[in-house]
Design a protein around this ligand. Structure first.
Ligand code: AMP
Ligand code: MG
Length: 530
């Protein structure tokens, strides 16, 4: 049984217009809207951990009433459905009102017992039909993108990267028309719905919407709501409105910095870091044309829509996050108080937090120490890491395999496994050998005992995953699903549950991208069409 307390709906003003047609919505945070029914819902995968977090067992997950709710065909007692209003900057340009165009909230479930008792989670169907915010689109989602969102939400969680979660994946039995590469070749595809779960789906764009319209009272109301319920420690520590906003915005900057540092740790590229895709809680949100770097290439973007500008490429994510935070700061500045200067000072916290986090993370990934007591440690660590980065970008080198190999590499030849071609390895071996000798000497200096070395390997294996949701692995699962075989979805989810463990018999899931996947759609090239 789920228990609902729909606080967002019950405490913030909504749109009085009950009709579901595309429009500009003013003076409101949400519009009531019912999910549009689907023809033949089928639950094809679910996350047992998310179900348990909500207090749901396996039988409850599979019950007809639950499957109806997860497909938009009916509401469970206590559920109230609505879509929220937000705006955003897309690809650097102001886009005006966007809103939940195909995401419909079902309410806020409050877990009644177990380790998550008292915690509150929004349930949100993605692909459940049109809303007042759908503009000209259909409100639906296709199977391929829904599989990708379902799997990646959970993979990120198990990798310990902050993220929204995915409860379920439902095949709707309806078809959806999509022009995948925007080249005038639309095709009918299978429709699907993911039920996403998070404490809140609020985005930077929610705040930008009210700021852009000069609706200051609503903006203040939203800020108060957010701080009171999601940042209660900020509310407790600061009495004045202006200090509160600064403290809260500073924390949003810190959380976002930590999030991006985690993306860089695991090789995740979001692909569409528009301000409407930035969570106010610092979660990874909206899995669209994301990708995982196979080859360590800071210039790589999975998003074909971004192929020209590469605005959202792997290595640009920190700078873009900072730009997005500045847009949030602009929105807050419309209140007049706090001052733009105070907001600018708070934004500076992003850079400080990011560089501290990313330095720590990469020191850990390389298994180096800053507490070994040698006066040269800091400088030697930095020089060693920088030298590795400049070599890594020269040849196609698999990021995940490279780092995973370092923990146990006895000689430079262990690194061969990370290279995408033997020719590249032959060319790269001499400079890597020079690097490896320096690195091994530094490691020996910092870890003088066998115990210390063993602890180092364990620590490295806890930050360098063996298994990540490689683009081609997700695509293989999608191809199987299109043939009617859904078992590989849960099988891949199961692998991603323990990404830091060796999983005997499952080595194939840790292999570098095969050659056939180099340029295949879905494996290295993804569009926003979903
Ligand atoms: P995205 O690029 O997926 O983050 O979406 C940007 C905006 O477009 C959001 O407001 C989405 O809700 C909306 N949107 C994307 N796809 C659809 C769709 N198929 N139907 C309605 N709205 C959509
Ligand atoms: Mg989005």
């Amino acid at each position: 049984m789920l228990t609902f307390d729909n606080r967002f709906l019950n405490t913030l003003p909504g749109d009085p217009n009950p009709r579901n047609h595309s429009r500009q919505v003013h003076g409101a945070f949400w519009s009531r809207v019912l999910p549009a029914p689907v023809a033949a819902p089928q639950l094809i995968a679910h996350s047992p951990e998310v179900a348990a977090m909500l207090g749901l067992g396996d039988a409850q997950m599979r019950s007809p009433a639950m499957v109806e709710a997860l497909s938009g065909n009916g509401l469970l007692p206590g559920m109230e459905s609505y879509a929220t209003a937000y705006a955003g900057h897309q690809f650097g340009n102001w886009a005006g009102q966007l809103g939940d165009g195909r995401a419909i909230l079902l309410g806020e479930a409050v877990t009644q017992s177990g380790p998550h008792a008292g915690e509150r989670f929004e349930l949100q169907l993605k692909g459940a039909g049109p809303t007042p915010y759908s503009r000209r689109a259909d409100g639906r989602a296709v199977l391929r993108s829904s599989i990708r969102e379902f799997l990646c939400s959970e993979a990120m969680h198990h990798l310990a990267v902050p993220t929204t979660r995915a409860l379920s994946l439902v095949l709707t039995g309806d078809q959806v028309e999509r022009d995948m590469f925007y080249d005038g070749n639309p095709e009918l595809e299978l429709g699907a719905i993911v039920c996403r779960v998070a404490p809140s789906f609020l985005r930077f764009g929610h705040f930008e919407l009210f700021a852009s319209r000069g609706e200051s009272a609503l903006l203040r109301q939203l800020i108060d709501f957010t701080i009171t319920h999601y940042f209660p420690h900020v509310a407790a520590a600061h009495a004045g409105a202006s200090e509160r906003i600064i403290a809260w915005y500073t924390e949003v900057c810190e959380r976002t910095a930590k999030l991006i540092a985690q993306w860089m740790r695991v090789g995740f590229v979001h692909g569409v870091m528009n301000t409407d895709n930035m969570s106010i809680l610092g979660l990874t949100i909206d899995y669209g044309p994301y990708g995982w770097v196979d080859d360590f290439d800071p210039g790589w973007t999975p998003n074909t829509t971004d192929a020209g500008g590469k605005r959202y490429a792997f290595g640009r994510q920190p700078g873009i996050a900072q730009w997005n935070l500045a847009r949030l700061g602009d929105a807050l500045a419309t209140l007049g108080d706090p001052s733009p200067e105070a907001l600018g000072d708070a934004l500076a916290q992003f850079e400080r937090t990011y560089s501290r986090e990313v330095n720590r993370i990469f020191r850990d990934k390389f298994g180096l120490r800053d507490d070994a007591g040698h006066p040269d440690d800091a400088g030697d660590n930095e020089a060693t890491i920088d030298a590795a980065f400049s070599l890594l970008v020269q040849q196609e080198t698999d990021m995940t395999i490279f780092f995973r190999t370092l923990a146990t590499a006895a000689s430079v030849d262990a690194l061969h496994a990370a290279f995408y071609s033997d020719a590249a390895w032959q060319e790269a071996r001499p400079p890597w050998q020079a690097w490896f000798e320096r690195y091994a000497a530094l490691v020996a200096r910092q870890h003088p005992s066998p115990d210390s070395l063993a602890a180092r390997a364990a620590r490295m294996n806890a930050v360098n995953p063996k298994y990540v949701l490689r683009n081609y692995l997700a695509q293989q699962v999608i191809d199987a699903a299109h043939q009617g075989d859904h078992a590989p979805i849960s099988e891949l989810l199961d692998v991603m549950r323990n990404p830091y463990d060796e999983q005997p018999g499952r080595e194939r899931f840790a292999e570098k991208r095969p050659d056939w996947a180099r340029t295949k759609a879905g494996c290295s090239m993804l569009s926003c069409s979903s």
